[in-house]
Each structure stands twice: as structure tokens, then as C-alpha cells.
Design a protein. Sequence first.
Length: 212
Amino acid sequence: MIGRVAKIYLGAVLVFLYLPIVVMIAMAFNRSALYEMPFTFDLVWFKALAQNERLLQASWNSVWIACINTVIATTLGTLVAYAFARYEFRAKRLLQILLFPPITIPWLIIGTSMLIFFFWTGIGRGLHAILLGHVALSLPYVIVVVGARFANFGPELEEAAASLGNPLNRRQLNQAPEAQPMPADPIALEGIEGRKYQTAVELWTTGGELFS
């Protein structure tokens, strides 16, 4: 009985969360600009989108920034996470603590701070500033997520792999199943959180010119 009620409750929660999204997708095919009923199927809004060069260019800029940011942040973040997990050095704890403020600080403050910093250092505004901002915001997520994986992947496994014969080949063979899934989690987080901060980063670092 309890299991049945739990399933009904779960189904109701999922409907509550996703039904508005389904409605919004359906209304994209409605001729009315005000979501008026009855529903009239039409592709007028998609035709307007195909003719909106400014919006298409903005979308391409978003895709370009997302791809480059993913490569840079995942690569650098994984290397930093490995260094945190395998080595001891001065100020290590302080650096780990400093990873969390960019995650918790409100996006408006982040964007304003970047604007001031970029002008103070002469970086200015533009796509390069947007890329720098996204990388800076994505790095903490990559380091935290991949670092948690490395914490469960002890150095004794590397030592055991190195003692099996050819250290390089054996190590690659034994680490692959554990190491390969690591970047997938932070890449997903980068996509989600990147959209969260994108408005602030773009507004303050470009003046809204490139993505408006």
C-alpha cells in the first residue's frame, strides 16, 4: 500500500514539474503570440526564427562558447583535481576552500565583479571575455566533481597497476574503466550551470550586444 502511494506521489511530482515544459513546447506551434485558445497549429514562429539573423548569430556564439569552455575547463579542472588528490603542498587547503565562493555567490555579483576586473586589467568586453568568465565559473565544478572521483580512486591502485609489468600500458589499462566516466559529470554540470550564469556574464562582459 505504501509503495503504491509513493509511486502515485512520485508520478504527481513529475507531472507537476514537467507538464509546464510540455505545454510551452506545444505552444511554440500555436499561431497566437499570446498562447490563446483554441490551439491553431502553425510554424510561423519557426519561420520567424529562421529569418532572425541576429538571434541565429547569438545562438552560434553560445554553442561556440560552450564547446570551447567544455574543453578548457574539463582539461584544466581534471589536472587540478588530480594535483589536489595526489600531492600535498602549501596553501592546498586554502585553495580548496576558495573553490566554493564562485559556486555560492549570486550571479549578479559575479557578473559585476567580472566587468570591473576585465576593465581594470584591460581585457575589455567581447567573446574572449565571455569565454574567460565561463571557464572561471566552470572550473570549480569540474575540480570538485572529479576530485571526489579521485578520492575514491586510491593511489594504491596506480601502484598495483605499475607493478604488473609495463607501467605505462598496464596503468592505462587498469585506470581506464574508473577514469573515463569522470569528465562526464562535470561536463553535464557545466552545461546546466553555464546557462544559469550566462545572462550575467554576457550582459556585463559584452553589454548585451552579442547575445541579445
